[in-house]
Ligand binder design. Sequence first.
Ligand SMILES: [Zn+2]
Length: 116
Amino acid sequence: MSIQCPACESRQILTLNNGKKIGGTVGAVGGAASGAVGAMSGTTIGAELGGTVGLVAGPVGSVVGSLAGGILGALVGATTGGVTGAKLGEVIDQRVLDNYKCQDCGFTFSDSIHEH
Ligand SMILES: [Zn+2]
């Protein structure tokens, strides 16, 4: 695949992937938040795991276990959310944004130009 600048026909083209970057960050933050909330309310694997391990260790361990579960839930949420967000951003890059920038003349353009 070779991308060519529609303005100056240069082949020195940069891929911006702004949507992918933003999507990944937003997805990770949102995923971490929902993961932590879910773990705290006991609806995720993290909370269950943490709670079970904690119960074995006693009442103090149970609290610590739930907290650990919350953190685990947040991590899992951040990972899945980040991946989902990045995928979504990738689609936005391809469909909506001008994802390519010409290094020679600075012209930005999207993939759709090449879909004749
Ligand atoms: Zn150009």
